[in-house]
Design a binder for this molecule. Structure first.
Ligand code: DQA
Length: 141
């Protein structure tokens, strides 16, 4: 089974960025721990601050991988292009957020990508990614 974890803008700064909201752990360290936990799965990680790169990556893996765990960062709230990219591919996408976006500012309450995704997991810190992986495994069993 192949799963891509895809992180959007500013998520390269995890561990340093607003630690009160996003925690103190960098994503590279976290990725090592889940790669170990799910050692029977091929887990890949890609991050970009650029919308087009995220679209290209969805196109690249979206007809062959078993799932995409996608934290689109702020593009979640704005990007019709990412919505369309998710719709365009066959691979199921699970939307993920570290913070509980519904308990934050009003502008974070809208997700442009949610209607194109299988489901959404938000508010469990970095553990949101693990929960999304479990969801994809469940879908494939
Ligand atoms: C986020 C929530 C978004 O509103 C924000 O723009 C992010 C991170 C999260 O993981 O909680 O960059 O997607």
């Amino acid at each position: 089974m192949k799963i891509l974890i895809l992180n959007g803008p500013n998520l390269n700064l995890l561990g340093r960025r607003e630690p009160d909201v996003y925690g103190n752990e960098g994503f590279d360290t976290y990725f090592q721990s889940i790669a170990k936990r799910f050692s029977d799965i091929e887990l890949e990680y890609f991050q970009s601050n650029h919308e087009g790169d995220l679209i290209d990556k969805i196109h690249d893996v979206g007809f062959s991988y078993d799932g995409i765990v996608f934290n689109a960062g702020a593009y979640t709230h704005t990007s019709i292009a990412l919505h369309d990219a998710i719709k365009a591919v066959k691979t199921p996408v699970v939307e993920v957020h570290i913070s509980n976006v519904m308990s934050r500012e009003q502008f974070r309450h809208t997700s442009m990508i949610a209607p194109a995704c299988k489901g959404t997991i938000a508010g469990f810190g970095l553990d949101s990614y693990r929960l999304a992986i479990e969801a994809i495994i469940g879908m494939n069993n």
